[in-house]
Design a protein around this ligand. Structure first.
Ligand code: ZN
Length: 498
């Protein structure tokens, strides 16, 4: 990176915070994968210390002095460094370090409590943890400040520029645009998913999933896959170590397979960021919405398409001859795209997925503004599921306890999943326009042109451009629900004869 001496000094100073954050990421990864339960108390203290130290650097007077010292040329990498670092500095100075450390400690303790509560189907046992975390989140929102709604302050750390009121517009467009289709598939009530149930050897599942991640372009020399209760992607200090996790269900193929495609999509993004941005404020994906656009593009737009399975289905049949020997490629395609309202977000089809996000968005807005109390959350969840999806979960494990986000303090995170869905199709359309050979490539199991377009248009930029500017540069338009709604309409009207 070509930096003037003031910005170079800023980057050098902040690199210590980047190192502390990577160290914290390693501890988080370990906590989710290998750490024995007895490690949790010490881990909570270690993570709280790291986050306090990193926060101290970002909030320091030295950072303020270095930010004010330079005058970088507009549009340069240096200007982007200063813009991103200033935003983080302002955030950090608004949050007292005691609040940051307390949040880190409370969420580290709540995560295992969430696991226990989910295993025991006992929402009540999580209530004190959630109450503590919500109080800390609300305090954070007040310290950070906001114009219209405290939720905006929480949202901003995941999606710079997004607001509650703009998200409401997006969700309204999506609800309106899909309501008829959702009604029709709910009424169809035919179960097409039988081919996906059976006995699926875990090692074979793992090998098959990894072969797809490799074909996508995931570099195993800079990554690895482990098992975790909640699949995720994490990187340590840049594109040189980008790891994914998954979980296997011996009776069902889809959860691990599509989780692997999804996390590989996140990982391709992180592996594709310009290495010159390592240990600088521009390292890593720019926002969770853009991140999710990458994971959902590979998971759904590619991984649930006919061209993709034209290549991979014969290979899947070879890997699981008992399960798929007698199933046609078309029946398999219809199985992996079967749509109907269901309980679990991460296993939801593309058509109803965003309704799961609407449920969470409306509930967390209510929690943050104080119109919903934590002890009432389980009942409110079931009522929202009934309102938006027409079903009620059979227990809290398949209801309010299914996601760990709130227990780990991620209020304002869920809407980025829907933003990602919307943007995945907008980006894919733009890639196709420049590279009409992409579907034919997919039929041969080749993804080089698609990955190259994403690398050039999205990945390599890291945090250099804010999300909306990145999308406009890549697609020629601001974020827009129209391509996504067209995609759903085309796909599901064909699948369901609508
Ligand atoms: Zn994701």
């Amino acid at each position: 990176m070509n930096l003037d001496k003031h910005t170079r000094a800023l980057v050098d100073y902040l690199s210590a915070a980047a190192d502390l954050d990577s160290a914290a990421s390693v501890l988080h990864w370990d906590q989710q994968t290998y750490m024995p339960p007895g490690g949790v108390a010490a881990r909570a203290e270690a993570l709280a210390t790291l986050s306090r130290l990193s926060h101290g650097i970002a909030a320091s007077e030295e950072t303020a002095r270095l930010l004010d010292a330079g005058d970088p040329e507009p549009g340069s990498d240096a200007a982007a460094v200063v813009r991103v670092a200033r935003r983080e500095h302002e955030r950090a100075t608004k949050l007292p370090s005691r609040l940051v450390a307390e949040t880190s400690r409370a969420t580290t303790l709540a995560e295992p409590a969430w696991r226990r509560a989910r295993a025991d189907r006992d929402f009540g046992s999580l209530v004190p943890h959630l109450q503590k975390i919500l109080d800390l989140q609300r305090a954070s929102a007040e310290h950070l400040g906001y114009e219209d709604h405290p939720y905006d302050a929480l949202l901003d750390r995941y999606e710079p520029g997004a607001t509650k009121s703009r998200l409401e517009l997006m969700f309204d467009e999506l609800k309106r645009g899909t309501a008829d289709m959702v009604r029709a598939v709910s009424a169809a009530a035919d179960d097409r998913t039988a081919p996906l149930r059976g006995a699926f050897d875990e090692v074979r599942q793992e090998t098959f999933g990894k072969s797809i991640a490799s074909a996508f372009g995931y570099d195993w020399g800079r990554g690895r896959q482990d098992r975790a209760p909640h699949p995720f992607c994490i990187n340590f200090g840049g594109p040189g170590d980008v790891r994914i996790t998954t979980r296997f269900d011996p009776d069902r193929l889809s959860p691990a397979l599509f989780a692997t495609l999804h996390e590989a999509g996140h990982a391709l993004y992180e592996q594709g960021v310009d290495p010159a941005y390592n240990r600088t404020p521009l390292a890593g994906g720019v926002s969770l919405g853009i991140h999710e656009s990458q994971s959902r593009l590979w998971e759904n737009v590619v991984g649930r398409s006919r061209p993709f399975w034209a290549h991979f289905y014969p290979r899947l049949q070879d890997a699981f001859p008992d399960a798929f020997g007698g199933t046609s490629a078309e029946d398999f395609y219809r199985a992996i795209n079967a749509a109907s309202p269901s309980e679990i977000r991460v296993e939801a089809d593309e058509l109803t997925y965003n309704l799961h996000v609407v449920v969470r968005f409306e509930l967390e807005v209510a929690l943050v503004e104080g119109s919903l109390a934590v002890p009432d959350l389980s009942d409110a969840w079931n009522a929202k599921m009934e309102e938006h999806l027409g079903i009620s979960p059979r227990d809290d494990a398949r209801g309010v306890l299914q996601d760990d986000h709130w227990a780990i303090g991620f209020f304002g995170y869920f809407p980025t999943y829907t933003l990602g869905n919307v943007l995945s199709v907008q980006l894919f359309e733009a890639a196709l326009k420049g590279n009409p050979e992409i579907p034919a490539d997919m039929e041969r199991g080749e993804f080089g042109a698609l990955l190259a377009w994403l690398r050039e248009s999205v990945h390599r930029h890291g945090k250099k451009h804010d999300p909306e500017a990145l999308i406009e540069n890549a697609t020629g338009r601001p974020p827009d629900t129209a391509p996504y709604l067209r995609y759903l309409e085309d796909k599901f009207s064909e699948l369901y004869d609508l």
